[in-house]
Design a protein around this ligand. Structure first.
Ligand code: LMR
Length: 345
């Protein structure tokens, strides 16, 4: 008893110590959980999820989240739900979102002036020619120019060749004259429509369907995948498969955010982006072939494929776009792009 009494203070002391250790361990675990709360990456874009870009964004999310074992969470905001074109670039620069994949047509205001060259008509004979430019040194140099605006270019994603739709048959380039045609925010595309004698109207994609329906627009140009998923074919009577221009994207991030990521996480995300890019560029052409098939099968619009001679007329009619834009399209850039694409000088 005496022995027990004598030994009781150290027991109490030991119990207290155990409790203390447990509490400290709990606190450490809580702090740890707080410090490893997932890094949130918001990826905003302006097309439907069921498009080459939408699917590639989803693939990036899946790869990024699984390979970082939950340390990164990617939230995708498609179809301009968060921002339209111009707003999304502002949002990226101020860090309100972290990733975008805008079309190359829209980057002139943030150091992507050289990328305007991609909008010149009939520049690429096929997707491989576009890829030869974007995946080579010319494409890399163009991405680097975004950095002075706090933007890092991670990759190029492909979509496909644009076609024209209108509320009248476009059998010949002269049929476009006088039409009010929506284009993306690109001076080259405005010049291209001027050359064709059309009135161009710059607007965000999300507004195009309503404008076509209400008669504010007569026509537009886009890839079959964008036309089909935005249901633009339901608001137009005719589609002509001109394939006159190429729509591609730059995947861009807020530089400060990206470089501030832990190095291991950043490397993992860059690997995820590489694989998402391979996926994007592998599915894009087939997605557009399928979208064109679905558009034709819908019976809502007449689809016509110009003959080789008719396509020559489109090419000739749009050729003056090159001289009309020569005061701001850098001749050396154009020559480098043509060379990389294997096009005649
Ligand atoms: C458009 O505005 O038509 C395209 O840039 C949309 C897109 O991102 O494909």
């Amino acid at each position: 008893m005496q022995h027990a009494e004598l030994s009781s203070p150290p027991d109490i002391f030991r119990r207290g110590l155990r409790l203390g250790v447990v509490s400290i361990a709990f606190m450490v675990a809580t702090v740890h959980a707080q410090t490893v709360a997932p890094i949130l990456i918001e990826f905003s874009h302006v097309v439907k999820p069921d498009t080459p870009k939408g699917k590639a964004a989803q693939r990036f999310k899946e790869l990024a989240e699984s390979r970082t074992a939950g340390r990164v969470r990617v939230e995708i905001h498609p179809d301009s739900r968060l921002y339209k074109d111009r707003e999304e670039l502002d949002a990226l620069r101020r860090g309100a979102v972290q990733i975008l994949a805008p079309s190359l047509s829209k980057l002139a205001g943030v150091g992507g002036g050289d990328m305007e060259v991609f909008d010149l008509p009939f520049l690429f004979k096929d997707q491989a020619a576009f890829r030869a430019v974007t995946q080579g040194p010319v494409g890399t140099a163009m991405l680097r120019k975004l950095e002075k605006n706090g933007i890092l270019g991670l990759a190029y994603w492909e979509n496909g060749f644009k076609v024209f739709t209108a509320n009248r048959a476009l059998n010949d380039p002269r049929d476009v004259r006088g039409l009010r045609v929506r284009v993306q925010a690109s001076r080259v595309l405005v010049a291209q429509m001027n050359v064709l004698g059309a009135r161009s109207s710059v607007s965000p994609l999300i507004d195009v369907r309503a404008a076509l329906r209400h008669g504010e627009l007569d026509g537009q140009e886009n890839t079959p995948s964008n036309i089909y998923t935005q249901k633009l074919h339901e608001a137009q009577t005719h589609l002509t498969v001109t394939k006159h221009g190429y729509l591609g994207y730059a995947v861009i991030v807020n530089q400060r955010f990206w470089l501030g990521l832990p190095a291991g996480i950043r490397a993992t995300l860059e690997g995820a982006m590489r694989d998402a890019t391979a996926y994007a560029n592998q599915i894009a052409e087939a997605e557009n072939i399928e979208a064109l098939r679905l558009i034709a099968a819908s019976g809502r619009i007449a689809v016509s494929k110009p003959t080789v001679q008719e396509l020559e007329r489109w090419r000739d009619a749009m050729a003056p776009t090159y001289s009309a834009t020569s005061s701001w399209i850098n001749a050396d850039t154009l020559a480098a792009v043509k060379q990389a694409a294997g096009a005649p000088p």
